[in-house]
Write a protein that binds this ligand. Structure first.
Ligand code: ADP
Ligand code: ZN
Length: 602
């Protein structure tokens, strides 16, 4: 097993669970694997496929995913192919032949195609195993049910002796049980790996105005140099306006949402994968087909509707194990809108509950990773040190007077105002609406002038969280004072608020140096400094090699491997082959070009 891993994939050891999973498959037993995105699921069926006679049949829901996998395998010298509607007939014919003759080690296929071939091609092949990727698609309980997956249950009936391995990154228990049931798995062993993605940093910004958000996004991207990232927005129009903003600042940006044509969406995805654009502004429609390993950051412009969606979306960063940064903006307006959507949805109770958990995450003043992992059923006893709360623990102050001012204004306006108007009253902003209602006559008009509007946004969110106010969703989202609020208003209780700290413009704008972005295991070995010049030269070489083969750069070599090369500076083929992630095939194919470059550079 280790020999295969080293020869084909260039890795020196297995990650937790991989070895046990592979053994289970090799014993021809059914297996269910739950691992987070980037956890290393593919190896779990690819190694057994390489160690067995015949061909492994891998069911995958999307052509882009199959393409990525097949390209990666071929780049490692493994014979793999995908049967799908994009192939021309000659291609399909030779692929079928390779299947029947047993030359192909892995065949990727869509579920509908599989059904079509079940009594033809599959009958004539020697099948080593079935791997069902994205297996949650089979369950109605999952978040991505696909009717085509529902028929896969028949595999067990037609191929009772072939082991099945189902893999997914969706953790919840109902879905898990449903997968086993639908596929008729035979007493499957279930492997659940930790869902912790410790390389992803977590950060939440609360109560930002649109202007603040835009400034924060530009600064965030500036810190990341030319690294790839995704900005998720709630609406199609928002994806477009954010993209326009970034374009004005000279960034290469694509837009992706369900309102675009298939061609436009494919182009956006392709440009992103091949590093022709740096940023994609997208709705949640984007990402399922993305296996790009060097996405370095994900921003949520709006609050996601559930922790599942949020975790899946940020999970697209840092798949290669290098650091990835995530940033979430949380505002009252989003909360109001999402509550409305959830209330009007078919599964009102569930969706409101999911939103509530998302809100608790965004409002947390304890380690955010603990909340996430806890949500997925993993309890944690230590803080992570890689979230904003851990790095910058909230400081509290006595905010009674601030809270009283806001509550007073709400009461005086007969509890008939929403946040925007309330802030105008507090700040003494005489808008047409205020004038019409005569709010400038209120005693609290202008009482909170000393506090900027954006800080009021933040304080109001805190007051909501502390239970001093409620939003009446059925009454134009007007704010109501609760009984706990009354206690503070009349001075019978004191209110403690979290101090607002903002990194002001002109702060830490510097780009992260390459050193800070090196793989964690290398960050402490400063004996062999990584030279930026060499890294850039290696990157250019990779890009040239990738372009020659019309492959995405990360398939030729991941960022992680590139950093390792820059660190270890191998000048012989042998040393090059010892780099983690370089198998025999890549050693022979790329070794000379890279070692030549390193020698020249020295
Ligand atoms: P998943 O399908 O679970 O999202 P992948 O199978 O794409 O994850 O693996 C994520 C990354 O981890 C890939 O770059 C893969 O090559 C790498 N990887 C997997 N197993 C190992 C291992 N044992 N050692 C080092 N890297 C690994
Ligand atoms: Zn933390």
């Amino acid at each position: 097993m280790l020999h295969i891993l080293k020869t084909y994939f260039g890795y020196d050891g297995f990650r937790p669970l991989q070895e046990d999973i592979i053994r289970n498959v090799l014993q021809r037993k059914d297996t269910l694997v739950l691992m987070p995105t980037g956890g290393g699921k593919s190896i779990c069926y690819q190694v057994p496929a390489l160690m067995s006679e015949g061909t492994a049949v891998v069911v995958s829901p999307l052509i882009s995913l199959m393409k990525d996998q097949v390209e990666s395998l071929r780049a490692n010298g493994i014979s793999a192919g995908a049967l799908n509607s994009l192939n021309d007939e000659t291609e399909n014919a030779s692929l079928r032949q390779a299947c029947v003759s047993g030359k192909l080690k892995l065949l990727y296929i869509s579920p509908e195609r599989l059904m079509g071939e079940i009594t033809y091609l599959l009958r004539d092949m020697h099948i080593s195993l079935f791997a069902i990727d994205e297996a949650h698609c089979i369950s109605q309980w999952g978040h991505d049910f696909r009717p085509e997956y529902a028929q896969l249950g028949i595999l067990r009936q037609l191929f009772p002796k072939v082991p099945v391995i189902a893999l997914t990154a969706t953790a919840d228990k109902i879905t898990r049980e449903d997968i086993a049931k639908q596929l008729h798995l035979d007493a499957p062993r279930v492997f659940v790996s930790s869902f912790d993605r410790s390389n992803l940093s977590l950060d939440v910004k609360r109560g930002y105005t649109q202007k603040d958000k835009h400034r924060a996004i530009l600064e965030f991207i500036a810190k990341h140099g030319d690294e790839s990232g995704i900005i998720y927005c709630m609406s199609r129009s928002k994806t477009e306006s954010v993209a326009r903003l970034l374009c004005e600042y000279g960034l290469r940006v694509a837009v992706y949402h369900a309102g675009l044509s298939v061609e436009a969406r494919n182009r956006a995805q392709d440009d992103f994968i091949n590093d022709r654009v740096q940023v994609v502004c997208a709705t949640v429609a984007f990402g399922m087909g993305i296996d790009k390993s060097n996405v370095r950051w994900v921003i949520h412009y709006n609050l996601p509707k559930s922790i599942e969606s949020f975790y899946q979306e940020i999970g697209r960063a840092g798949r290669d194990g290098l650091p990835g940064d995530t940033l979430l903006f949380y505002s009252m307006a989003d909360l109001v809108l999402l509550t409305k959507f959830a209330s009007e949805s078919g599964q009102q109770a569930i969706n409101l509950e999911k939103l509530e958990r998302m809100r608790q995450y965004a409002e947390a003043d304890i380690c955010r990773r603990r909340i996430l992992l806890n949500y997925f059923g993993e309890s944690r006893t230590h803080d992570c040190g890689n979230c904003d709360v851990c790095k910058n623990p909230p400081e509290r102050f006595d905010g009674t007077v601030i809270v009283q001012k806001a509550l007073n204004a709400i009461v005086r306006a007969n509890q008939r105002v929403g946040t925007r108007i309330l802030i105008d009253i507090l700040r003494g902003n005489l808008s047409a609406e205020l004038k019409e209602k005569g709010y400038q006559e209120l005693k609290t008009y202008g009482a909170g002038r000393d506090i900027p509007a954006r800080d009021w946004q933040d304080y109001l969110l805190q007051m909501l969280q502390l239970g001093y106010i409620e939003v009446a969703y059925n009454e134009s989202n007007h704010l109501k004072v609760t009984s706990a609020g009354i206690e503070v208003l009349y001075g019978r209780e004191r209110a403690s608020l979290v101090l607002i700290k903002r990194e002001e413009a002109g702060g830490d704008k510097r780009k992260k140096t390459r050193k800070e972005r090196r793989p964690p295991e290398l960050q402490f070995t400063d004996a062999s400094e990584e030279s930026t010049g060499l890294y850039e030269a290696l990157r250019d070489l990779r890009k040239r090699l990738a372009d020659e083969e019309a492959l995405p750069a990360y398939i030729v070599m991941s960022d992680k491997v590139l950093h390792l090369i820059a660190q270890q500076r191998p000048t012989t083929l042998e040393a090059f082959g010892n780099i983690s992630g370089i198998g025999e095939y890549k050693k022979k194919k790329y070794g000379k070009a890279f070692t030549d470059l390193i020698r020249k550079h020295a």
